[in-house]
Design a protein around this ligand. Sequence first.
Ligand SMILES: *[C@@H]1O[C@H](CO)[C@@H](O)[C@H](O)[C@H]1NC(C)=O
Ligand SMILES: *[C@@H]1O[C@H](CO)[C@@H](O)[C@H](O)[C@H]1NC(C)=O
Ligand SMILES: *[C@@H]1O[C@H](CO)[C@@H](O)[C@H](O)[C@H]1NC(C)=O
Ligand SMILES: *[C@@H]1O[C@H](CO)[C@@H](O)[C@H](O)[C@H]1NC(C)=O
Ligand SMILES: *[C@@H]1O[C@H](CO)[C@@H](O)[C@H](O)[C@H]1NC(C)=O
Ligand SMILES: *[C@@H]1O[C@H](CO)[C@@H](O)[C@H](O)[C@H]1NC(C)=O
Ligand SMILES: *[C@@H]1O[C@H](CO)[C@@H](O)[C@H](O)[C@H]1NC(C)=O
Ligand SMILES: *[C@@H]1O[C@H](CO)[C@@H](O)[C@H](O)[C@H]1NC(C)=O
Ligand SMILES: *[C@@H]1O[C@H](CO)[C@@H](O)[C@H](O)[C@H]1NC(C)=O
Ligand SMILES: *[C@@H]1O[C@H](CO)[C@@H](O)[C@H](O)[C@H]1NC(C)=O
Ligand SMILES: *[C@@H]1O[C@H](CO)[C@@H](O)[C@H](O)[C@H]1NC(C)=O
Length: 667
Amino acid sequence: MLILILLVVTSLLSSSSGLAPAGPWDPFNYAPQSRTVRPRSVRETVGSVRGAQNLVSQKGEATLSGNGSWLTVDFGIEVGGLVTLNIHPSSKSSGLALSFTESPMFISPVTSDDSTNSAINQSYDGILHVAQPLADGLWTQPASTLRGGFRFMTLVSTSNDAVAISNISCSISFMPHVEDLRAYSGYFYAKDPAFHDCDFLTKVRQNPSSAYTVQTNTVPVNTGRQVPFVRSPGWQNNATLGVAGPIIVDGAKRDRAVWPGDMGVAVPTQFVSTNDLIPTRNALSTLFSEINPSTGALPESGPPLSQLGSDTYHAWTLIGTYNYFLFTGDTQWLQTIWSNYTKAVAFLEGKVDDTGLMNVTGLRDWARLGGGGYNSEGNALLYRVLVTSSELAGYLNQTGLSAAWSQNATALKTRFNDAFWLPSAGMYRDNQTTTLCPQDANSMAVLFGLTTSQEQAASISEGLTQNWNDLGPVCPELPDTISPFISSLELQAHFISGNDVRAMDLMRKEWGYMLYTNLSVQSTLLEGFTANGSLGYRSYRGYSYDASYTSHAHGWSSGPTSALTFYVLGLTITSPQGRTWSFDPHLSGLTAAEGGFETPLGWFGAKWELLGSKGGLKVQLDTPPGTSGSLKLPVFGKVTIDGRSAQLDIDGTLRLRGGRHSVVVVP
Ligand SMILES: *[C@@H]1O[C@H](CO)[C@@H](O)[C@H](O)[C@H]1NC(C)=O
Ligand SMILES: *[C@@H]1O[C@H](CO)[C@@H](O)[C@H](O)[C@H]1NC(C)=O
Ligand SMILES: *[C@@H]1O[C@H](CO)[C@@H](O)[C@H](O)[C@H]1NC(C)=O
Ligand SMILES: *[C@@H]1O[C@H](CO)[C@@H](O)[C@H](O)[C@H]1NC(C)=O
Ligand SMILES: *[C@@H]1O[C@H](CO)[C@@H](O)[C@H](O)[C@H]1NC(C)=O
Ligand SMILES: *[C@@H]1O[C@H](CO)[C@@H](O)[C@H](O)[C@H]1NC(C)=O
Ligand SMILES: *[C@@H]1O[C@H](CO)[C@@H](O)[C@H](O)[C@H]1NC(C)=O
Ligand SMILES: *[C@@H]1O[C@H](CO)[C@@H](O)[C@H](O)[C@H]1NC(C)=O
Ligand SMILES: *[C@@H]1O[C@H](CO)[C@@H](O)[C@H](O)[C@H]1NC(C)=O
Ligand SMILES: *[C@@H]1O[C@H](CO)[C@@H](O)[C@H](O)[C@H]1NC(C)=O
Ligand SMILES: *[C@@H]1O[C@H](CO)[C@@H](O)[C@H](O)[C@H]1NC(C)=O
């Protein structure tokens, strides 16, 4: 018991360095110790290869003899950056080429996994030839041929004369502004005895996985995929991605571009893991700088892609602006983009016709089919835009505008329920001429508060499980697809509707699959996969049946990171920087959880544990002085706060001032 208390006290102490406290969660931080990483093992050798293990021990050379002999090294986790190695050719005609892949499925001496474009031959990218004649000595990959995400690298001899190699390393290119990749500002820790790997939750939340995935997506501004795409074979990652760097993009290998929908999940991850939001500000500034001055339309993606024509991604940029402001309280920045922001809200409001619903005409979206006209997903996003815009206008003291947006939000909520609720299904339908009940709009409706009762939310949560197989929910709106992006939203909907255990089941199925499957990198999260777990995500929807094009490090799949913090731990902020917060833990079938995050106001930490079998609860809460919050407890009983007995309000909540509190509930 004494040991336990000491652990509580130490772990709740926040260091002034902006780092999360040290503890038993640290072993799950597999981010590299150094920005220079080296192969951890040899995966494969083919042909005449000598001394391959020397590349791991760093004690000598490996020699490839004969045209086509090759070997593959494994960096152990997803990495990205420029490779350096020593080359020792045996003659002037010796030749060497490199290929890269995230998944071991695409290890090949003739091509990399595809990142430039998808092609049914799965060999768009090809290999990188080292310029001939090979120079004896240290070689570094040219900057424009950067591979942003890979785990396996293959070296192949391209001539009959032998070539020796040694001293392979990769200089990590992501998180260019941070020396120590393991320096997290937040953490989460819980044992999950119900799962085959009881450390699963800590792994999926911490590292390797969700938090590390977003780190691999935080890149220098001049490392974007070249557009128009370079011709096959080849790749080039030296395009400019925005107005400033570092900048947050959708994926490590590809697209390497700013996508605001993706940020809807990736940015909350960033907040609770590194609290490093400059890359987000740079991404948002980039999108606002590309607003269409006459219509107010925002691009669907950042440059050089600068894809146009998506009402939903337009909405995500506005929602992302709110998220950024909530986490940082950066009023100065908000004021600089405000006139463009209001134009962009007006752009969406202009699509609301006399039915009171938005007619979605910018049809591009996260890949789902349909989506046009009076569509529920688009209108759910508009509702969230109006609610958050109203709040932002309030922070800027624009009370009239704030009230007008709020009023329109309320009207839209009523129309939304009239138009889309399908009583026979107990869910929302995609539009008024279908009975298809999509995963996206139903998850968003609960998450954004479009439901009008707890029963309605519960019905949706239950209804969503009809889509589940052993690996996760198969989207009705994109058949044969499991989307960890939309599932990240669904996950939150289950917690919000009070179905914690269901949310945990979803996490174990879907994120368990992504984390452990040997088709992927076992360190970062897939962009998506098919209903049977294969890598052919979007095969029939733009990806040319090219499973090698799928990204294995996509921040939009990182939903568990913020969900474990905001719902399971139960600590979340409700106004900029956490001046107000809420603590509402979800027991989720666990016996204890702890964690925390920081904001510019300081450290927000909590630890809860069930007391014995009687159902009591003990909580340690630590929030900055000067803040205040509301406390809600998941068990009933006699409550004491800091040793004094306390009475909850009629709604079961209690206001608390910031500072350190200990709460005990005895049944
Ligand atoms: C994955 O594991 C299965 C079962 O052990 C094995 O048959 C398969 O070859 C492995 N696949 C890869 C790509 O390593
Ligand atoms: C090496 O093999 C490739 C593929 O078989 C062939 O195209 C190429 O001409 C060969 N190079 C030499 C130097 O023999
Ligand atoms: C080995 O590679 C590193 C870069 O990772 C380089 O700094 C070093 O000089 C190389 N060693 C030799 C002996 O060339
Ligand atoms: C693969 O397909 C792409 C796109 O059709 C084409 O440009 C490329 O030449 C093909 N590569 C090979 C090796 O056939
Ligand atoms: C990218 O690199 C290629 C090859 O070095 C070069 O031709 C091109 O001009 C570069 N593009 C940019 C935008 O720097
Ligand atoms: C606002 O939009 C204009 C185009 O109308 C653009 O030139 C300007 O850079 C944008 N300002 C900001 C701060 O994004
Ligand atoms: C939605 O707007 C488009 C483009 O203006 C129009 O063609 C279409 O008829 C509208 N849909 C409805 C249902 O009004
Ligand atoms: C209505 O939804 C269905 C199912 O998603 C879809 O097939 C159809 O295209 C949608 N209608 C419009 C106008 O987008
Ligand atoms: C809004 O008004 C309050 C009270 O007058 C003031 O403290 C605050 O600085 C104002 N905020 C902005 C962004 O102008
Ligand atoms: C509120 O909705 C009405 C009706 O669609 C619209 O005319 C008005 O511009 C909206 N107000 C704001 C502030 O967007
Ligand atoms: C998995 O599904 C894909 C279609 O998405 C199909 O091509 C593949 O054959 C299936 N794999 C297995 C093992 O059933």
